[in-house]
Design a protein around this ligand. Sequence first.
Ligand code: 9YT
Length: 132
Amino acid sequence: MIVRTLKDCENSTRNIDGGTWKSVRMLLADDNMGFSFHITTIFKGTETPIWYKNHLESVYCMSGYGEIETCDDGKVYPIEPGTLYILDKNDKHLLRATTEDMQMACVFNPPLNGKEIHDEDGAYKLNDDALA
Ligand code: 9YT
C-alpha cells in the first residue's frame, strides 16, 4: 500500500504551477494504478482553455465557485462544492473560477507522468515527461 499526504506532496516536485492553476499530483503513472489523482486549485478570476485530446478527466469541486463552458455548443455549467464534471468526450472547454479559488479533485486516464503542463491547445501529450 502507498500512503501520501497533501502537505507532503505540496512540498515536493509533485506541486506544479500552471499559471491560472496549480496542481498537486498525488498519484501518478509510476504508481501503476491506471489513473492519476490530483488536487488542483483554479485561481479566482481566471479562465483556462483546456482540451484533453489524449486523456479522459473527471473533476470534483470540493470548494469554491466557477463555471465550465463547452466550446462546441457554448453551454455554460455552474460549478459549486459537490459538482462533478466528467469529460467523457475529450470535451474542449473553458474553465473559470469566479468569486473564489476552486479546489478540485481530478482523476486522469491514462495517468499523467507528473510534469506535464498544457500545450498550445490546452492538452497534455501522451507520455509527456519533458520537464521531468
Ligand atoms: C481541472 C483541470 O484540469 N485543471 C488543470 C490542471 C489539471 N487538473 C492537472 O494537470 O492536474
